[in-house]
Design a protein around this ligand. Structure first.
Ligand code: ZN
Length: 282
């Protein structure tokens, strides 16, 4: 019952977001994404667990369990609220998983990881005066803290869920401003992160990333849209934590906001699908 109320809250907040004006981004949540959010209470094939239950940060994790032992994959969308392709793709994935169950292992999907940042279309949530502003950036809070600031607690709860389900592959879906292979000279970074798969280097991750790059680049004709593999996720990110602390493949998927949203979503979905197939989940 509490869950239903919480969902209602999410839905209302996202509707407000759709109607709000004055934001710099022209993005508004797509009809598909809104429909999938509205349908959270009707998801039948996953167990739903609330993370940060009872707080304004509460958000569901959906556990699709085949009941047959195999590989377990954790997937986050919405870590950064100003990167809509991340959670738009994760929401579509939720619908795909509902219709196409894992044949072995499990998928644990958290489509709206930092819900408040999604509502605010921002990268971070505010932190108390004097605190490091990156404590409001979920992707700089790993390893988390059980009684830290909200995003540190969120990271902690995601880690608990990851350990509890003996996750073998960890994926965090993002997007970036500039193409890695076509970065403007004036950019802060020498190379943008758009169209990259960032991975914590270990043997299993290298094997997956090679397959991912081959599979996705085969579908791409435009040279700057080709994906590149980059080692070493940023310190204190989710992929970094998964690689360093759990010694499992940890990935950050990045598309580029220079392209249409649907295109970015489809790239993410193809990458995820490839991992699920390599893991014999699909
Ligand atoms: Zn990001």
């Amino acid at each position: 019952m509490g869950f239903k109320n919480m969902n209602l809250k999410i839905i209302i907040m996202l509707l407000v977001l759709v109607m709000s004006v004055g934001c710099s981004s022209s993005y508004t949540i797509t009809d598909d994404a809104q429909r999938i959010i509205n349908n959270f209470p009707n998801i039948k094939n996953a167990k739903q667990v609330q993370i940060m239950k009872g707080t304004q940060y509460a958000t569901p994790a959906f556990i699709f369990d085949s009941g047959i032992s195999g590989k377990n994959v954790m997937i986050l969308g919405g870590t950064h609220g100003n990167e809509p392709a991340g959670y738009e793709a994760a929401l579509r994935l939720l619908e795909q998983l509902e219709n196409k169950l894992p044949k072995s292992g499990k998928v644990i999907l958290i489509p709206l990881a930092n819900k408040q940042s999604i509502i605010n279309k921002s990268r971070r949530i505010p932190v108390p005066d004097g605190a490091d502003y990156e404590r409001g950036n979920l992707n700089r809070c790993y390893p988390g803290k059980e009684s830290g600031l909200p995003m540190e607690q969120m990271a902690y709860e995601i880690e608990q869920l990851t350990r509890e389900h003996k996750v073998n592959v960890f994926i965090d879906i993002h997007e970036a401003r500039f193409f890695h292979l076509d970065t403007p000279k004036k950019s802060k970074r020498k190379k943008g992160l758009g169209q990259t798969i960032i991975y914590y280097p270990n043997e299993k991750a290298s094997w997956i990333v090679m397959n991912l790059i081959d599979t996705i680049n085969e579908t791409i004709d435009v040279s700057e849209e080709q994906f590149s593999a980059i080692e070493r996720p940023i310190l204190n990110s989710a992929a970094w934590w998964a690689g360093k602390y759990l010694e499992i493949p940890g990935f950050t998927f990045e598309t580029t906001q220079k392209m249409d949203l649907e295109k970015r979503i489809n790239f993410h979905l193809l990458l995820v699908k490839t991992v699920l197939e390599l893991s014999e989940i699909w």
